[in-house]
Design a protein around this ligand. Structure first.
Ligand SMILES: C[S@@+](CC[C@H](N)C(=O)[O-])C[C@H]1O[C@@H](n2cnc3c(N)ncnc32)[C@H](O)[C@@H]1O
Length: 248
């Protein structure tokens, strides 16, 4: 965005989150953020995480970059960031999203790749991992792209997340943090706590759990069809995700 029309670059009255419950009813529309990329996270999430767990000039990684929310925030907050996604369409969006100029901005490196194999990054190069994988096949991000984890059912997805955890551990510097947002799903009326499975996978890899944050979901449909079925079949609509912050 080189044409410099009047843009709001920062959120109004921003305050760091102080508790383990995060809720952003207004998802955030500053800089080049928008909600067009399906399932993208609110920019308030990476902003809070980047401010707490990284410093200016650090090298951050988002290996599931999607529409580029984390990349925009890292650039604005003067962190350098590597954004990886398996899908070249996502990367085109990322490039547009970070096409702006401001003083004291970080560098953004965008690369098509697979979060399960980050061999282009040497061991212990990354200061902070800030990422948001697909939640198994709840939302599919491509038609049939090879390696796209959003096509996998829960057991296969969890198996592949072991490789993601191993690569995350390998590239992160010692004592540094890795933040992951993950949701759950429901099958045949019962909860599948996929997020806790992912948490265990990261712990088994060697990460220590620093924070477990509940993030309220505001796009949950609690009206019409879903409201009727929630009462008829007696199940609750999932309205939260978990944000895990690990330390290596
Ligand atoms: C939940 S979205 C990320 C959204 C992002 N946080 C945002 O705000 O725009 C998950 C992304 O993971 C990508 N993805 C799926 N499998 C992948 C893999 N094996 N390696 C890297 N990216 C992958 C999808 O293409 C999708 O863009």
């Amino acid at each position: 965005m080189s044409r410099n029309k009047k843009i709001k670059w920062e959120p109004d009255n921003f305050e760091l989150q102080m508790t383990t419950v995060w809720s952003f009813p207004e998802r955030g529309d500053w800089a080049t953020h928008n909600s067009k990329y399906r399932g993208n996270w609110s920019p308030y999430i990476p902003r809070n995480l980047l401010l707490r767990y990284s410093q200016e000039g650090d090298l951050v990684l988002d290996q599931f970059a999607g529409g580029g929310t984390t990349l925009i925030e890292a650039k604005l907050l003067n962190r350098n960031i590597i954004g990886v996604d398996i899908n070249s369409d996502s990367l085109d969006l990322c490039k547009k999203a970070v096409d702006f100029t401001r003083e004291n901005c970080g560098e953004v490196y965008i690369k098509q790749g697979d979060a399960r194999n980050l061999s282009f990054i040497d061991n212990e190069q990354i200061d902070f991992i800030c990422t948001h994988p697909p939640y198994a096949n709840i939302i599919q991000y491509s038609e049939d792209l090879e390696g796209d984890l959003s096509h996998l059912k829960v057991p296969a997805f969890l198996e592949e997340m072991k490789k993601v955890a191993a690569e995350s551990y390998r590239v992160l510097k010692k004592d540094k943090f890795c933040a992951i947002l993950m949701g759950d799903t429901r099958q045949k009326g019962h909860m599948i706590p996929m997020s806790f499975e992912v948490m265990k996978i990261f712990q088994e890899q060697g990460f220590k759990l620093k924070e477990l944050i509940i993030k309220e979901q505001h796009n949950c449909k609690a009206t019409g069809y879903w409201k009727t079925n929630s009462v008829k079949y007696n199940f609750l609509l999932i309205a939260h995700e978990y944000l895990f912050v690990f330390r290596k």
